[in-house]
Design a protein around this ligand. Structure first.
Ligand SMILES: C[S@@+](CC[C@H](N)C(=O)[O-])C[C@H]1O[C@@H](n2cnc3c(N)ncnc32)[C@H](O)[C@@H]1O
Length: 273
């Protein structure tokens, strides 16, 4: 199996990546190796990563770079296609995709601001082939206050992807919400330290269905959530009032929700330590 870190080290040009990225990429990109794909990297610096991608994905892969610095155009002599432009400019993307058409993998290692990351994602997703992926690097910037990132904020990339998570859940009919372009196109999202992946589905997705096997056995299924007798829990709290709520009040009631939230708040506190 080809080793991406080896290609990073042996690249003839300067490159900079966080150490945890290599294991993630080794696994994430497996299915694309030696395939005829189009890979686009935004933010290519001196071009070191372009050589790494080419070695890793193989000769059939077309590697395209996007860079703000016009000097990067020189990298075309090594057989890469280079576009000079600003990733936060929607017109740049329109012209880019008019020339290139659909792509398979987009890696965003550009300026890492909220607007740059979100514009790149939103202007590109239409042009991702089914089965492709968008990989956003350095997403720790969603939590960085300094260096001008001014996060965490409700406009951070990570918070934006939470809206995408909502759109994929619309496929479940229990939500009673129309599915939109994103619900149909995104299979899943993956989160790693500093990398967010948007997996494009293999085909257009539709509403999911609730399937039951052995329908004749349905009557034998005793779902404890709907039991009338309350005294099922073996755990007794020292607090009499809490015991009353836990045992006599419906788990879906407003009063029970207050109890639940007070417990969850304690867990949230642990995450913030
Ligand atoms: C960390 S470097 C990229 C390193 C390269 N991907 C590597 O792995 O070696 C980030 C690059 O993004 C470029 N960049 C910053 N803002 C950009 C923007 N708005 N549009 C396009 N490129 C941008 C910078 O000029 C810089 O070369």
């Amino acid at each position: 199996m080809k080793n991406i870190k080896k290609f990073f080290k042996s690249s003839p040009k300067y490159s900079i990546k966080w150490s945890n990225y290599f294991d993630i990429y080794q696994n994430l990109f497996k299915r694309f190796l030696n395939k005829k794909i189009i890979l686009v990297e935004v933010g290519i610096g001196n071009g070191g990563s372009l050589f790494m991608w080419r070695k890793f994905f193989g000769k059939k892969a077309q590697i395209i770079g996007i860079e703000l610095n016009p000097d990067a155009k020189k990298l075309e002599k090594y057989g890469f296609k280079i576009f000079i432009g600003d990733q936060s400019d929607p017109n740049f993307w329109k012209n880019f995709y008019k020339k290139i058409g659909k792509i398979d993998i987009l890696i965003d290692d550009g300026g890492h601001t909220n607007l740059q990351q979100i514009t790149t994602l939103m202007q590109s997703i239409k042009y991702l082939n089914y089965g492709g992926m968008i990989v956003i690097e350095d997403t720790h910037t969603s939590f960085m206050k300094d260096k001008g990132f001014k996060n965490p904020s409700k406009f951070s990339l990570i918070n934006f992807t939470i809206l995408l998570i909502e759109t994929i859940h619309r496929r479940n009919p229990m939500l009673k919400k129309e599915i939109n372009f994103f619900s149909k196109k995104i299979q899943s999202l993956e989160y790693y330290d500093s990398i967010t992946v948007i997996n494009i589905s293999k085909t257009k997705l539709t509403k999911s269905k609730n399937l039951e096997n052995n329908k004749k056995l349905r009557n034998l299924f005793d779902d404890f959530r709907y039991r009338k007798e309350k005294n099922i829990s073996t755990h007794k709290d020292d607090n009499i009032f809490l015991n009353l709520i836990k045992q006599k009040v419906s788990k879906r009631s407003y009063l029970y929700r207050i109890y639940e939230n007070s417990v969850i708040k304690k867990y949230i506190k642990l995450l913030k330590e």
